[in-house]
Write a protein that binds this ligand. Structure first.
Ligand code: GAP
Length: 442
């Protein structure tokens, strides 16, 4: 992880937020390559969940919602973690932290940081929602929350979407957006942060069909992670037992990814059967009906919801961890670092190099790069030894490198090097754009 964090900073994937001021705790900024990588992951999700299907509609709801939403959803009363303070070292922990020895608030409670006994406070419940005020005068303004999940924007728009699109149950609504949680123990780079992005889909089904749909979505979502290139041996399902279920859930399973090191297997996505909990709560709190009318059967009901909820940042981290490898290179002392990202999510698709900065090679290389830029992100590089330039692209996951050499002017051809196999093929210059498009098509 340490090597990855350093590579991410050095090559412009991820920076600490407000770094020049000493950083903001567990908040991160995506740099030029990181923003492309995360966007590609979000685009893949949107394509699989919305574009390729006829039964899921997209939505982009606001982050700020009516405060009653969070009363109805159960977040005001129940979205809490137990917080414990150490009077000696002033550190804070979640009350259920397995590293705590003894019972906090008793003489036996031992601090996991400073090791003192009897210094831990009794756990107090701490709400994870960020609060702010809406309106110009603070005293009379109302308290609003930054949404801790995107899902509620979907529930409250259920009928707006259903009626405007004339979808029939079963159908889904999908959304990508920011969510905020004042986590007590954030950390592990972008794994657990206070500001993050979720990709959520709520699938509205007829009661009684919910477990069939739950099984369907469980398999679909695992298939999506595999198609993203995450290694099969690093992915597992983790079923929630009856005592582990969240207040809204009838059934739940996590997709876990093996991040290696001390993190090991951790949740990247949750698939939940939420029953009619959310729509019923919003009907109760808003006084508005959120029912579906099945015309062929003249039957009115509140749909059940099967939800898939995945963190865009967590999948980005999983993709990076999954892709990072160090390799020795035959005949060379220095090895190479490769990000073996699936080409569809690689931030740069092609590096374009003139072998040397003369004999018309830069001009030819520029022409190729400009042509390619119409389709994909390209990096033009003419500085340093060619081997060096290849290594720089390997390290950021660029799947193809195109080199214009001394024979190109004569034969009108260039070499295309494959990041993973290192194989080089020679192809006509005017075929490069089509060739790269073919290689990237799914
Ligand atoms: N609507 C259901 C829901 O929000 P969740 O299990 O609390 O369920 C879903 O969150 C996903 O959101 C998680 O699997 C994870 O990928 C991501 N996520 C949750 N909290 C996060 C955090 N603090 N930092 C980064 N990602 C987070």
């Amino acid at each position: 992880m340490e090597k990855l964090v350093s590579l991410c900073k050095r090559r412009g994937f991820i920076f600490q937020s407000s770094e020049i001021y000493g950083g903001t705790g567990s908040v991160w900024d995506y740099g030029p390559l990181g923003v492309e990588l995360k966007k590609n992951i979000k685009d893949r999700w949107w394509k699989a969940m919305v574009r390729m299907r006829g039964d899921i509609e997209g939505l982009d709801a606001a982050i700020l919602m009516h405060p009653r939403v969070w009363e109805a959803s159960g977040h005001v009363a129940g979205f809490t973690d137990p917080l414990v303070d150490c009077h000696n070292c002033q550190r804070r922990f979640r009350g259920d932290d397995p590293k705590i020895k003894g019972v906090p608030g008793t003489p036996e409670g031992q601090c996991p940081a400073c090791g003192m006994k009897g210094t831990l406070s009794e756990p107090r419940m701490f709400n994870l929602m960020f609060r702010t005020t809406m309106g110009p005068v603070e005293e009379s303004a109302s308290i609003v929350y930054l949404r801790p999940e995107t899902a509620q924007g979907i529930f409250v728009n259920f009928l707006n979407v259903q009626q405007s699109t004339r979808q029939r149950v079963p159908f889904g609504i999908a959304q990508i957006g920011k969510a905020f949680r004042n986590e007590i123990t954030p950390g592990n780079f972008i794994f657990r942060t206070r500001e993050f992005e979720q990709m959520e889909m709520q699938f509205f089904v007829e009661p009684g069909t919910d477990m069939t749909w739950f099984e369907y979505w469980k398999e679909q979502r695992m298939a999506w992670h595999l198609e993203l290139g995450l290694a099969p041996e690093r992915l597992i399902f983790q079923e929630h037992g009856p005592n582990e279920l969240a207040h809204y859930a009838r059934a739940a399973v996590d997709v876990e990814f093996d991040f290696g090191g001390s993190l090991g297997f951790q949740e990247i996505e949750g698939v939940h059967n939420r029953g009619d909990f959310d729509l019923s709560q919003h009907q109760k709190f808003s006084g508005k009906k959120l029912e579906y009318f099945d015309q062929p059967n003249n039957h009115r009901f509140t749909p059940f919801v099967v939800e898939t909820s995945v963190g865009a940042d967590r999948v980005t981290l999983a993709a990076l961890v999954n892709a990072y490898r160090e390799e020795s290179v035959e005949g060379e002392e220095e090895g190479r670092v490769v990000l073996g990202l699936d080409p569809s999510i690689a931030p740069i698709k092609a590096g374009v190099f003139p072998l040397v900065k003369k004999d018309g090679m830069p001009e030819m290389a520029h022409r190729i790069a400009d042509d390619l830029r119409r389709d994909v992100p390209v990096f033009y590089d003419e500085s340093g030894a060619i081997g060096r330039r290849y290594r720089r692209q390997d390290e950021v996951g660029t799947p193809f490198c195109i080199t214009v050499d001394s024979e190109s002017a004569g034969d009108g051809a260039v070499t295309v090097r494959d990041r993973d196999t290192l194989a080089q093929v020679r192809i006509p210059m005017d075929r490069v754009r089509a060739y790269i498009a073919e290689q990237l098509s799914d």
